[in-house]
Design a protein around this ligand. Structure first.
Ligand SMILES: Cc1cc2nc3c(=O)[nH]c(=O)nc-3n(C[C@H](O)[C@H](O)[C@H](O)COP(=O)(O)OP(=O)(O)OC[C@H]3O[C@@H](n4cnc5c(N)ncnc54)[C@H](O)[C@@H]3O)c2cc1C
Length: 452
């Protein structure tokens, strides 16, 4: 095992740092998990050559490497401890090319998600996968977690917007996955395999992203319901009506209170749960009318945003949901997915878990994807990885399984969801995936203990 005193990789790499503050900062993400020890050192890659050199040295010396983007992950996927070296990609943050005709962008992994959208916007285009963390997360991290976001309701998750990748393999070789064309089926889909692999198969050093034309029209609606059950049923009704909103987000009553306290808004006075919907395209207003009719029997109060500023304020309220909870204590963010017609059952199950375990659960949901984020908030300093919070987390995963769902919709398994993975995948699939991982990384040096 590599240690601080004996790491030839850190000694030999020109961008390595063993500064105490760098090591501490590079060892935690936003999951609330704090390792007992910190990484031995950090390599701040500036270009592809740095990554190739780091991996060649690591391969040669058997040093453990933990890839890191912006550290906003919620599954402790980029957390690191003693005996490990963090490979930080955040300084490789350039947009190398935008092709407005093909509607593509070539970017480095450390570029911030919102920066891609900003640059694409100048050409009348946008990059669809927009996590609520858009302003702070990196494209490399998005690719490694197959991140979702609000617009994913209509445009799909990260996998649907990445055409090709340049990857440094654990032994330092370069691999090109995917293709430049929209279609193409030659060989196995190595691109799809790499996306969502949580930094266990290779380091993403460049990506060719698919951009979409900015919709000519949008229509935004906010609806307030007496409780989460009614809001969840309304979201299911939208799907059952075969509508495809570009945004369909649900926030529970407790979340509304937290957001109101942060932003000085008053959503909570209008209902016990909120649904935020947006439609886009030439038929945006017609589709919104149909959506409104679908939810009206369940809603207490419905408002259509009068202008872009009001629509943006509503989107911002949703983006501030997790930061608002983080102001109340340490947040343990769960990420289950259920079939969309079972959303109300999921909310009822979460209520039971809250009552039985005596924990406080705030829930937001990318409702059109059936993806719920039940968030357990504990007082600062209290553990989220033991006792009632851990038991409640286990209950949530079982609830998802019971409803025919999954234990993670978009955040990944990381370190924190290992205990429940076999139950979802089954032993045959898990064993096969571990063998596949060993083909890429026979020495087991890339992000061990994470993902699978
Ligand atoms: C307020 C808030 C809101 C959020 N909202 C959402 C949301 O709506 N949807 C969503 O999906 N997530 C959300 N997240 C979670 C997080 O932002 C995403 O998981 C994001 O994709 C992580 O990106 P990152 O750059 O921070 O990656 P990191 O946290 O640094 O790393 C995440 C994983 O990717 C690996 N990795 C990073 N870069 C590379 C690379 N170049 N090559 C190979 N592996 C790499 C790491 O090893 C790790 O396993 C939210 C987080 C916060 C704090």
């Amino acid at each position: 095992m590599t240690t601080l005193a004996t790491s030839p990789v850190l000694d030999a790499h020109p961008r390595a740092s063993i500064d105490e503050q760098d090591r501490r900062q590079a060892s935690v993400d936003r999951s609330g998990y704090v390792p007992e020890t910190y990484a031995d050192g950090v390599i701040f890659a500036q270009d592809i050559d740095d990554v190739v050199l780091a991996m060649k040295l690591a391969h040669e010396h058997g040093a453990i490497i933990v890839p890191r983007g912006a550290g906003t992950g919620l599954a402790a996927g980029s957390s690191a401890q003693a005996g490990q070296i963090v490979l930080d990609l955040s300084r490789m943050d350039k947009i190398l090319q935008i092709d407005p005709v093909e509607a593509t962008a070539v970017v480095q992994p450390g570029v911030i998600n919102a920066a891609v959208n900003h640059a694409a916007g100048e050409h009348g285009l946008f990059y669809a996968p927009d996590p609520a963390s858009t302003a702070i997360c990196s494209i490399g991290g998005n690719i490694a977690t197959n991140a979702g976001g609000m617009w994913c309701a209509k445009y799909g998750v990260t996998r649907e917007s990445v055409l090709s990748l340049l990857v440094v393999l654990p032994d330092g070789q370069l691999l090109r996955t995917g293709r430049r064309t929209i279609k193409g089926v030659a060989g196995y889909d190595m691109n799809a395999l790499m996306i969502g692999s949580e930094g266990t198969l290779g380091i993403v050093v460049e990506a060719l992203l698919r951009l979409r034309p900015k919709p000519k029209h949008t229509s935004t609606l906010v609806a307030y319901f007496p409780d989460e059950n009614a809001a969840a049923k309304a979201a299911s009704a939208v799907i059952a009506e075969r509508l495809t909103p570009s945004v369909l987000e649900l926030m529970c009553g407790k979340t509304l209170k937290a957001v109101d306290a942060t932003l000085g808004t008053d959503h909570q006075s209008r209902g016990g749960a909120l649904l935020l919907a947006q439609t886009d395209g030439y038929g945006a207003h017609l589709e919104m009318q149909a959506l409104q009719e679908a939810i009206a029997p369940l809603a207490g109060h419905i408002e259509i945003a009068r202008d872009e500023a009001q629509a943006q304020a509503l989107i911002e309220a949703r983006r501030q949901a997790i930061p608002s909870m983080e102001l109340l204590g340490t947040a343990s963010i769960c990420d289950i997915g259920v079939p969309r017609h079972r959303l109300a059952e999921a909310f009822a199950g979460l209520q039971r878990i809250e009552d039985e375990r005596g924990v406080s659960i705030f829930t937001i949901a990318h409702a059109a994807d059936g993806n719920l984020h039940p968030i357990i908030v504990v007082p600062e300093g209290q553990s989220i990885t033991s006792g009632a919070p851990k038991a409640a987390l286990g209950d949530m995963f079982h609830l998802a399984q019971l409803l025919g769902g999954t234990l993670t919709g978009e955040h990944g398994i990381g370190l924190l969801k290992q205990d429940w993975l076999a139950e979802e995948l089954g032993e045959t699939s898990l064993a096969l995936q571990r063998r596949l991982r060993a083909v890429f990384d026979p020495r087991g040096i890339l992000n061990p203990g994470k993902a699978i």
